[in-house]
Design a protein. Sequence first.
Length: 74
Amino acid sequence: MNIDQLASEALRLSSQDRAILAETIWGSLEDPYILPADISDEEAIALAKQRDAEIERGDVVPLSHKELMNKLRK
């Protein structure tokens, strides 16, 4: 089942069941990213430089916003 099918099924649930489902899913997530507000300017600059170096070396391939959204929807 893809995300669109899952969302369609979830929206058929009662409000209470959707709230329970949302809380369950939200609670299962771990924050994979440090929010910019959680790091100092120096740390943010160092992270940006690290990411840029990874792209320059070819260690990672950057995605456009459209590509990212398409991957997330699959």
